[in-house]
Design a binder for this molecule. Structure first.
Ligand code: GAL
Length: 823
């Protein structure tokens, strides 16, 4: 071989060997150390089953562009092991493919195995078969449980090891988590709980993953487990040993939504404030929960009553679009923080109290210093003096000075663009106005309502036990024989049922009597309605429809689902109430619906009727075909007009729908003031509107050529006439930034078509309603911005008098640029 070729081959070999080099992940009291380097890490949660494998590369790329170093995910036991020792890692459950996608993008991964995960996921991620194992007690020192937990954890660790995905093997996974927030509930489990934590730590350690293990919200986490913090703020958190770094595994970027609940929003200003405070006060690893929340497809939503959307107001929205300005404001913060990695993770720390709730932190190394100034007052802006220079620190904000002299970032000053997302009608439809529908009733055979089930028991069963989570739907049926001389008999008889808080439909002798349900956080209610009974045999049929199982709290796994009982007939006589308890009658149970067994959502059954479809009729299946919207923008289906049910596109479940559940009151008309501690009742929207009207249809569920099928199972009764497909895209982009900033405007992949407003001076208003103020630059701002931006997918503008000409604002006014661009 020619010598130069030998050299090339050797070089290739050495680069190969280099890329396969494993990373050593250790830590000290300051930071996670990777290959000897102290790291300032910013991470974000993306739960792989809440999107599709086709979406992952784009989501992870946008995460990297947003300045993340790592992606955190839970592992979802119930989805991976739907039946004991039967596993599923296909499609959006392909954990290994997800981790490799993270690796391909050059990011680290944090693997939160749990396998209890909470996460507003059905039953907190526990498979329901586990609950049905004899002798099991969850999350405590119980052999049956520990054996299953160890089995699943070992399986996951081995899969990851086999693909060399731990950093110790050259892979992206730098940390793994066992359990989840057990410390929040441990006291309810007594000594057994303590023993369980020890067992978790030992079991995890015995798996030899070569990277550190973490336990979140576990202040007594045994060595060498690293205890970490979860919450909206974690700046005050101190780890339980001085030898471990201060880490934040869940910084809630917003909050989840429940059926009937409001839309939560957490502002970019407050989120950035929380992050900056954390790094100011010694934190070195912070993770956004969620960075992309996504969608609860199928029956994965927990709660009960968590919506199908798990948008979370995260930096990437449910569909994977940038949620601006949040994404951009945080990106800027990450860039600044990363530029200070060395000082923040290794420097000497000193602090200054400036009074008036303003505190400064100075990190210094031999190479230089970096400073943070925080104003934690929720109302008053304050000016401080540091080393002879005055700095104005707005209320509830942190200023960051990477060189301790120039403020490069302030959490309250958002110069990232606000993107206004719009929904567009499906232009691929020939007749976009209306879809045409075929339909069929759930069953023509009403026998089910007359008591014929699959199993019987002389008691009311917990739905988890009777249905094993195979379906949301469970029929409970019993019969009652009444004679006229029965003490209960009379004109005023009721049926009284204690339910679990979830949805209940009641039928007597095949006729519908009534329905009832509660809302998130309400675990029981009593249904009571007058009934007319026959002399002789009467059939009582209860259809329970669960909307996910409980996922949080001490012993949440024991929260009963379905009909709780007692089920009673009550006779109201003049001076006496007679109660007939039916609870220990012979009950017959049937799981699921006929249409589900027949797989109406995917099969091409011929039993669909083409004639005029019925509306407002319970238990009706509807089917329609449609063309995939052109282009690549995310697709949603608007289910307005429907009640509650399940929806499928080409056989893929897009989740439960419930547009008839109207969000509660409690939205304020005042503009949202981000200052002061956030909680999920602050800055809420959507009061009085359908909790969730639009449902995500991932592009990979659609055929671009030919027809697509939408199938709905309507449980309550509704009208599909207004159902239609839409795409989501950015409609306009606004910026409002102070001078001496470089701003970027982008239509996210499409050209900027026009500039609707631009003014440099002291413009007023917010995006969509900007107007000029009392002073303005001499040059025409609109034409300057037009020149720089129109026709481009993105443009950068220097916000200064150099660009826009001098103003008449005077020196006391901080000049700003406001722009509204049309995409
Ligand atoms: C935490 C939990 C997460 C998630 C979050 C709320 O307590 O660890 O899994 O449930 O609350 O979204």
């Amino acid at each position: 071989m020619h010598p130069s070729k030998i050299l090339l081959a050797a070089l290739l070999l050495s680069t190969l060997a280099l890329s396969a080099t494993s990373s050593k992940v250790t830590y000290d009291g300051r930071a996670i150390i990777i290959d000897g380097k102290h790291k300032l890490l910013v991470s974000g949660s993306i739960h792989y089953p809440r999107s599709t494998a086709e979406m992952w590369p784009d989501l992870i790329k946008k995460s990297k562009e947003g300045g993340l170093d790592a992606i955190e995910t839970y592992v979802f036991w119930d989805s991976h092991e739907p039946a004991r020792r039967e596993y599923d890692f296909s499609g959006n459950l392909d954990l290994i493919r997800f981790l490799k996608t993270v690796q391909d993008e050059g990011l680290y991964a944090v693997l939160r195995i749990g396998p209890y995960v909470c996460a507003e996921w059905n039953y907190g991620g526990f498979p329901v078969w586990l609950h049905n194992m004899p002798g099991v007690q969850m999350r405590t020192a119980n052999d049956v449980f520990m054996n299953e937990m160890k089995n699943f954890t070992t399986l996951i660790v081995n899969m990851v090891k086999q693909e060399n995905l731990f950093a110790s093997q050259g892979g992206p996974v730098i940390l793994a988590q066992i359990e989840n927030e057990y410390g929040n509930v441990m006291s309810s489990y007594g000594d057994e709980g303590r023993a369980y934590v020890e067992w978790c730590a030992n079991m995890a350690q015995s798996l030899h993953i070569g990277v550190p293990w973490i336990m979140c919200q576990q202040s007594d986490a045994p060595e060498p487990m690293i205890n970490t913090c979860n919450g909206w703020y974690c700046d005050q958190f101190t780890p339980n040993r001085p030898t471990i770094p201060k880490m934040w595994t869940e910084n809630w970027t917003g909050w989840f939504k429940s059926w009937g609940g409001k839309d939560p929003h957490r502002t970019a200003e407050d989120l950035a404030f929380a992050v900056a405070r954390f790094y100011q006060l010694g934190g070195t690893f912070q993770n956004y929960y969620m960075y992309h929340g996504g969608t609860n497809f199928g029956r994965t939503a927990g709660g009960p009553y968590i919506t199908t959307s798990y948008d979370y107001d995260a930096p990437l929205d449910e569909y994977g679009n940038l949620n601006q300005p949040k994404w951009g404001h945080l990106k800027e913060l990450h860039d600044v923080l990363h530029s200070m990695e060395d000082t923040v993770t290794r420097g000497n720390i000193s602090s200054v109290d400036f009074g008036n709730s303003v505190s400064g932190t100075i990190y210094s190394t031999e190479k230089g210093s970096s400073c943070f100034f925080a104003n934690t007052d929720s109302k008053n802006d304050t000016t401080i003096n540091f080393q002879g220079i005055d700095y104005k620190v707005p209320a509830w904000s942190v200023s960051i000075l990477p060189d301790c002299e120039n403020v490069v970032y302030n959490t309250a000053k958002v110069s990232a663009q606000t993107s206004v997302m719009v929904k567009k009608t499906n232009v691929a439809e020939d007749e976009p106005a209306a879809l045409s529908w075929s339909w069929r009733p759930e069953t023509n055979d009403k026998s089910i309502l007359f008591g014929r089930g699959d199993v019987t028991a002389n008691q009311i069963l917990d739905q988890k036990e009777a249905a094993n989570d195979l379906s949301d739907y469970l029929f409970y049926m019993t019969s009652v024989n009444l004679k006229e001389d029965d003490p209960i008999w009379g004109n005023n008889m009721t049926l009284r049922i204690a339910g679990s808080g979830q949805v209940l439909h009641v039928f007597v002798n095949g006729e519908f009597l009534g329905s009832q349900w509660a809302k998130y956080g309400v675990f029981d209610y009593v249904f009571e309605q007058q009934i007319k009974l026959n002399k002789g045999k009467n059939i009582i049929t209860l259809l329970s429809a669960t909307v996910g199982f409980a996922n949080y709290g001490a012993n949440f796994d024991l929260t009963q689902a379905g009909v709780r009982g007692p089920v009673e007939l009550v006779g109201y006589h003049d001076d006496e109430i007679v109660i007939k308890d039916l609870s220990s009658h012979k009950w017959s149970y049937k799981v699921g619906l006929e249409g589900l067994y027949q797989e109406l959502f995917s099969s091409d059954s011929s039993k669909w009727q083409q004639d005029n479809y019925p509306t407002n009729q319970m238990f009706t299946w509807y089917k329609s075909s449609f063309k995939a919207p052109l282009g690549t923008d995310p697709v949603v289906v608007d289910l307005i007009g429907l009640g509650k049910g399940l929806a499928w596109v080409n056989g893929n479940s897009i989740g439960r729908y419930w547009p008839s559940f109207i969000a509660e009151d409690g939205c304020s008309l005042d503009p949202c003031d981000y200052r002061g501690s956030y909680d999920n009742n602050k800055c809420v929207t959507n009061c009085g509107k359908p909790t969730q009207r639009w449902y995500h249809v991932p592009r990979s569920f659609l055929n671009n050529e030919g027809d697509n099928t939408l199938v709905l199972f309507e449980e309550f009764g509704g009208d599909p006439a207004s159902v239609n497909f839409q795409t989501i895209a950015i409609g306009s982009a606004c910026v409002s930034a102070e001078e001496n900033k470089k701003i970027e405007l982008s239509c996210q992949g499409r050209p900027i078509s026009a500039i609707k407003f631009a003014s440099f001076g002291n413009p007023l208003g917010t995006c969509g309603s900007f107007s000029s103020g009392t002073c303005e630059a001499s040059n025409d701002a609109i034409s300057i911005v037009e020149k720089a931006c129109v026709g481009q997918e993105s443009c950068t503008i220097d916000v200064s008098e150099d660009t826009f000409g001098s103003t008449t604002c005077g020196d006391d006014v901080i000049k700003t640029l406001a722009v509204e661009a049309i995409c």
